[in-house]
Design a protein. Structure first.
Length: 252
């Protein structure tokens, strides 16, 4: 039936087949007629993917694959099926994350708001191996940038790694502080269901036209992305095990 349909199409569309070097070529673009794709869902959480697998609302009798594409994108795909061995996306999740201002100079006020609203705490092990929550260098950074005098940055010490600036220690007293560098911070960069990944940043200050300007520069070469993907995989492994779901392949 398909062969007859293609021959009919070729006749009606005045498309010709040519033999060149032992291979067949068409004088026009021809696309195969495929089975309709399954209409998928778009969500913003990892939990929605787990719920879809557990509840199987569409009663699909297909094996599924969780494809962790990036720290902010995960898709649940079917195994290949049908005459053309197609693979469909049943549901995909995109993390809702804030716009992070890396490599961008900003005023101290803007920098403090950025640090307070878009960076979080992350788990760490204490001396007795107990699990703690820490902000890394966030608190130290906030304390430093919140007290820097706007007229002292020009005289700061800078060896390319460590910056020294004068900070206000009271109403009138001024002292010297070493700016932590590099700093360990955990921005909101992946799904909320997993712990945000901490990484290293280079913090710099300079004197701008409107006063002090500050910026953060990523300093881990993107290694945090692999760690976030591992955390997402661990999340699915735990959730599916707890719900006694087997046979789902997780690609990370």
């Amino acid at each position: 039936m398909l062969k007859e349909a293609m021959q009919y199409f070729l006749q009606k569309a005045d498309v010709k087949l040519l033999e060149v070097g032992g291979r067949s070529y068409s004088t026009d673009h021809i696309h195969p007629v495929r089975e309709p794709k399954i209409e998928g869902f778009s969500t913003s959480t990892l939990t929605s993917i787990v719920d879809y697998i557990v509840q199987n609302p569409d009663r699909l009798d297909l094996k599924t694959i969780i494809h962790i594409i990036s720290p902010t994108e995960v898709a649940l795909k079917t195994e290949r099926y049908g005459e053309f061995e197609q693979r469909d996306i049943l549901i995909d999740a995109g993390a809702l994350i804030p716009d992070l201002e890396f490599d961008n100079w900003m005023s101290s006020e803007e920098f403090i708001i950025e640090l307070q609203s878009k960076y979080t705490t992350f788990p760490s092990r204490g001396a007795d191996d107990s699990l703690l929550l820490t902000a890394g260098d966030k608190d130290a950074l906030l304390k430093c940038v919140g007290n820097v005098r706007s007229d002292t940055v020009r005289s700061h010490g800078d060896d390319g790694v460590t910056q020294k600036v004068e900070v206000k220690q009271g109403i009138t007293m001024v002292g010297e502080a070493i700016v932590p560098n590099p700093v360990t911070l955990a921005p909101f960069r992946t799904f909320q269901e997993i712990d945000q990944v901490e990484s290293k940043f280079i913090f710099r200050m300079r004197e701008g036209r409107g006063g002090i300007e500050m910026a953060l520069f990523e300093a881990d070469g993107g290694a945090w992305k692999q760690e976030a993907i591992r955390k997402i995989k661990a999340f699915f492994e735990k959730e599916l095990k707890d719900k006694e779901i087997e046979g789902v392949v997780i690609l990370a």
